[in-house]
Design a protein around this ligand. Sequence first.
Ligand code: ADP
Length: 163
Amino acid sequence: MDKNIKRGIYPGSFDPVTYGHLDIINRASSIFDELIVAVLDNKLKTPLFSVEERVNILKELTKDYDNVTIASYDGLLVDACEKMGVHVVVRGLRAVTDFEYELQMAQTNRKLADSKVDTIFFTTDIRYAYLSSSTVREVAYFGGDITEFVPGIVAEMTYKKFN
Ligand code: ADP
């Protein structure tokens, strides 16, 4: 693996991916030579979309970026980082509520990885500051309009899940 390549990993549930996530992917992809978007396969939670579905959706939505790849992982993020040869984690910050959790995770990961993994944060674009996957799921569940929150194919697939 080429050590001079700046590689970042953007981990998350992406259940489903929103315009907020896509904005972070867009911005991070212009900073890193390679950006891996890593879908968490969390065995403790029952997601709306399977890992395969989430990976495929992300692949479709990022197909125009040469330097973005989509992967999935389970277990510890720091272990995934080691396997993929990444030292920088990308996360997004919306509000103070994100900050506490994100700070804790960033520090825990740094500790677990013996200071070999750092986290950088992108502040949310103000247009997406309120946006979360759980809100999207909830609004769709009650039949509300989610087309301003997620791309068309995601909206369609989300509504189908609740039909
Ligand atoms: P997780 O379950 O790991 O929090 P999410 O898919 O909810 O996964 O989010 C992944 C990352 O994207 C997190 O760092 C989260 O703060 C960030 N994020 C989610 N929604 C937005 C948004 N609207 N604007 C900026 N960052 C966001």
